[in-house]
Ligand binder design. Structure first.
Ligand code: PEP
Ligand code: MG
Length: 588
């Protein structure tokens, strides 16, 4: 059998081995079977029975997922139950059966095609998703018409799930099964729903493989290397042995990480630092803490919007923030107001397509333009703050006026709550993200207006060096150690420290051991990152003395290129603290 090796995006680390299981979609019939007049009532009855069974099945799935993975993952089944209960859907199907005198299977095909072409003309991602949701529900009804249950698998046999893409409902169901050892998808990116879920469940995943699902046959043996982004179809025994041993090494490495996670966050000369987690879902909190997070430094709240079929209500916001606050208590959670706009368009938000979304109406700009939405979110954040561990954080501040406006709105909402005698944290810390270079230069004035700042280096570097953070073609220029970037970061960190306020770095940069050491040398003490990287950063910071690092950074800031900075710093650190980069990368 030919061995095929494919490269994709490593979105959830670890090594998984098992037999391919292709996600199976129901293929609707293409046969238009007619019935006689007097068969119509029986056919309608058959349809109704299938509806009832589908409803029972969805309800059961919802309860199961809620129990296994929490309420938030189960929301998709509410959406599907709503679609199933929609009288329009049922009457459309009945109409086709009665008027055309056809079997229910054909009615489903017709109605599915109707919705597909209706939504096809709308290229919007949101409508595409609704189309797949309707199809998903109709497929269930179809299966019940045929009396087929969803195939029950042998739940002990290790499998690798292979699919073109996974619907959120499918991801929730499949990934909660204990025998799923890995996920391989043609589509998707780092922040796709499946990637996030796989990471939080610790299932290795490689996505963005274009046509892997066409190359794999059911039963093929697959290796998923979610650490290096490789997928191997039908490996030779020697390759299997190699990856079994890589898997073992990764598991030992993970054990090592967890050990470090439990140690105190102190540098070699006894200076405290605080590792925090960047997360997108409340379900990720426990994993984050197991990796040593001492709070949630960035909760990207836009995921609440992106995962829902309709506009979230204040209650929807509140239930998620309460969950976050409860899970992290007594440690802090920094809830960032939505960073949405530009290309993340949602129909109910009326976002217009913009020629230059990264420079357009996103984040705080969008929120200030959509006041009611913003107030709803702020009200929910304030209400969730009654345990005093919630911080309010606002992305993409450009100028001082925005900060003043933000504070006015927060004060107005606080007043409303006071009048209604609703408890909240009167002293809730309000902070802004420094992501726009102009705001970084103005930090001296901005810090006077807020309680803390968090530096979003992903965007700050993108804007300062004019390098699209998502464009492969220019990624070689995305350099966190570019002397201009380092000088700007040093300016912000020093100014905020001098003002006696708190500063965090929450961009990817904080997750890199060398960068973290450099930031420590600039005076940074709060590091927020994807939780899986906390142990390696913690290990690096625990191995060094702040005094020495400070001196080295002072010298490094005078250098002219990123390469010169890196060479100088690595030499300065490794020479004195040979263990600092010990856990830098798995396998090295
Ligand atoms: C950043 O820009 O560095 C950041 C943390 O925010 P996001 O990645 O969500 O834009
Ligand atoms: Mg950002």
């Amino acid at each position: 059998m030919e061995v095929v090796r494919l490269r994709g995006l490593a979105v959830s680390p670890g090594i998984g081995l098992g037999e391919a299981r292709l996600s199976e979609r129901v293929v609707f019939t293409s046969r238009r079977e007619t019935i006689s007049d007097n068969q119509v009532p029986a056919e309608l009855k058959r349809l109704h029975r299938a509806f009832e069974r589908t409803k029972e099945e969805l309800q059961k799935l919802k309860d199961y997922i809620e129990e296994q993975m929490g309420k938030d993952q189960a929301f998709i089944f509410d959406a599907h139950l709503m679609i199933l209960d929609d009288p329009m859907l049922r009457s459309n199907l009945e109409k086709v059966i009665t008027e055309e005198k056809v079997k229910a299977e054909w009615a489903i095909t017709t109605v599915n095609n109707h919705f597909a072409s209706l939504f096809e003309s709308l290229s919007d991602e949101y409508f595409q998703q609704r189309k797949t949701d309707i199809s998903d529900v109709l497929a269930r009804v179809y299966r019940h018409l045929e009396g087929k249950k969803e195939k029950k698998e042998d739940l002990d046999k290790p499998v690798i799930l292979v699919a073109r893409e996974l619907l959120p409902s499918e991801a929730a169901v499949y990934l909660s099964q204990k025998n799923v050892m890995g996920v391989v998808l043609d589509m998707g990116g780092m922040t796709s729903h499946t990637a996030i879920l796989a990471r939080s469940l610790g299932i290795p995943a490689v996505v963005g493989l274009h046509d892997a699902s066409l190359k794999v046959k059911a039963g093929d043996f697959i290796i998923v290397d979610g650490t290096d982004g490789e997928v191997i179809i039908n490996p030779s025994p020697a390759i299997k042995r190699e990856f079994n041993s890589k898997k073992e090494r990764y598991q030992n490495y993970k054990k090592e990480l967890k050990k470090i996670a439990r140690l105190k966050s102190l540098t070699l000369d006894g200076v405290d630092f605080i590792p925090l987690a960047n997360i997108e879902l409340p379900e990720e909190v426990d994993t984050a803490f197991s990796f040593g997070a001492e709070g949630v430094g960035l909760f990207r709240s836009e995921f609440i919007y992106l995962r829902r079929p309709t506009l979230p209500s204040e209650e929807d916001h509140l239930s998620i923030y309460r969950q976050m606050a409860r899970k992290t208590y007594p440690r802090p959670v920094y809830i960032r107001t939505i960073d949405i706009g530009g290309e993340k368009s949602l129909p109910w938000l009326n976002i217009e397509k913009e020629p230059n979304p990264a420079l357009g109406l996103r984040a705080i700009r969008f929120s200030l333009r959509n006041r009611e939405l913003f107030r709803t979110q702020i009200r929910a954040i304030l209400k969730a703050s009654d345990r005093h561990n919630v911080r309010l954080m606002v992305p993409m501040i450009t100028e001082l006026e925005e900060v003043v406006e933000l504070k006015t709105i927060v004060e107005e909402v606080k007043d409303e709550l006071r009048q209604n005698k609703i408890p909240f944290d009167e002293e809730i810390p309000i902070g802004v993200m420094i992501e726009v270079p102009g705001a970084a230069v103005l930090i001296d004035s901005i810090i006077q207006e807020v309680d803390y700042v968090s530096i979003g280096t992903n965007d700050l570097i993108q804007y300062y060096l004019a390098v699209d953070r998502g464009n492969e073609a220019v990624s070689y220029l995305f350099k966190p150690h570019h002397p201009a970037v380092l000088q700007l970061l040093s300016h912000v960190i020093k100014t905020v420290n001098k003002a006696g306020k708190e500063v965090t770095v929450c961009g990817e940069m904080a997750a890199d051991p060398l960068s973290a050491i450099i930031l420590l040398g600039m005076g940074l003490r709060h590091f927020s990152m994807n939780p899986i990287f906390i142990p390696r950063v913690k290990k690096a910071l625990k191995e060094v003395e702040t005094r020495t690092v400070q001196e080295a950074v002072k010298q490094a800031l005078k250098l002219k290129t990123a390469t010169a900075v890196e060479e100088f710093m690595i030499e300065a650190i490794i020479g004195k603290y040979p263990q600092a980069f010990f856990l830098s990368r798995f396998g090295s």
